[in-house]
Design a protein around this ligand. Structure first.
Ligand code: TYC
Length: 121
């Protein structure tokens, strides 16, 4: 007696499409969800004036950590010196926090009382 051919699973019938190339007419499209992606909150890093930190050190911090050229760094430093505070840059939360830490650590290492804070922009 010949062996039976291996049983193949029953095939689902192909969905019949009407002729005329209108494929997709009967497909179901999930209703488009309105996507609301909030822009990241921004924080400004602010440096505060004091009577002891050398001007050159502040300019160096602005060049090193805030990518300011020497002219811009000097203008920002002078603004802080005259007005008590000044914005070094505006960043996302993590970046701003890191910059504050880096400046504070460098000031501490150098023995200067320079203060740097972040606040909501
Ligand atoms: N006031 C300082 C001085 O006369 C200079 C200074 C500028 C210090 C900016 C801090 O964030 C500062 N040496």
């Amino acid at each position: 007696m010949p062996a039976d051919p291996p049983a193949s699973p029953p095939k689902a019938p192909e969905p019949s499409r009407p002729p005329g190339g209108d494929e997709g007419q009967d497909s179901v499209v999930a209703e488009r969800q309105e996507q609301r992606v909030e822009p990241p909150k921004l924080y400004q890093v602010v440096m505060l004036n004091d009577d002891y930190t050398p001007m050159e050190f502040v300019v160096l911090m602005l060049q090193e950590y805030f990518m300011r050229d020497i002219e811009t760094a000097t203008l920002i430093m002078l603004k802080i010196h005259h007005e008590g505070r000044g914005v070094c840059g505006v960043y996302s939360k993590d970046i701003a926090a890191t910059k504050v830490e880096l400046v504070q650590a460098a000031a501490k290492r150098a023995g200067h009382p320079l203060q740097c804070i972040m606040e909501s922009a």
